[in-house]
Design a protein around this ligand. Structure first.
Ligand code: GAR
Length: 187
């Protein structure tokens, strides 16, 4: 059974959805939830789910200290679900093809530094896009550029606010992200 670690920086609704999905599955379990923000709501969700929590600093991430912790805990797969720091090369090297991310847009559009969460949805609305979507991809040393695993689209209407777009995107994420993870782990 795979032991998944989820990294999240904010609300963590995807982290919770993924943890619940794998609760009674033989393939994998979410064994650890990590965040770089001591006040992130994902910590409350992890507590409620009785999943071990870790708060770390960007220095611990950069120095490689986190690699040791993840190995000690028996983690063999990493999911980024609303995690906003860049993943350093030491972590990518320690978990080759074992780190995946979700991005709330149809990459390569609306990707790169500074493009996360509502900033993405505001740009999509400002550009009067007719559709947006989600991209699940492997993580490499460049923001949002790893090989794409899965994409799904939704329609955007002229009257949609960025909050409406965010809602549509979250629905797509809840529907597809856990199954995409399962597909990567047990193809
Ligand atoms: C999600 O929409 C995710 O795609 C996005 O942050 C949100 C986190 O929501 N990730 C990025 O923008 C990464 N570039 P959540 O905390 O409720 O799961």
């Amino acid at each position: 059974m795979y032991k998944i670690a989820i990294f999240a920086s904010g609300s963590g609704s995807n982290a919770e959805n993924i943890a619940l999905y794998f609760k009674d599955k033989p393939t994998a379990e979410v064994g650890l939830i990590l965040t770089n923000k001591a006040d992130a709501f994902v910590l409350d969700r992890a507590k409620k789910l009785a999943i071990e929590r870790v708060v770390f600093s960007s220095e611990q991430l950069k120095s490689g200290e986190l690699v040791n912790l993840l190995k000690d805990k028996g983690i063999d797969f990493i999911v980024l679900a609303g995690f906003l720091l860049k993943i350093p090369e030491n972590l990518i090297a320690a978990f080759p093809n074992k780190i995946i991310n979700i991005h709330p847009a149809l990459l390569p559009k609306y990707g790169g530094k500074g493009m996360y969460g509502d900033a993405v949805h505001k740009a999509v609305v400002a550009n009067r896009e007719k559709e947006s979507g989600i991209t699940i991809h492997y993580v490499n040393e460049h923001y949002d550029e790893g090989a794409i695993i899965f994409q799904a689209k939704c329609k955007i209407s002229e009257t949609d606010s960025y909050e409406d777009v965010a809602n549509k995107i979250h629905q797509l994420e809840y529907e597809h992200f856990p199954r995409a993870i399962e597909g990567v782990l047990a193809p």
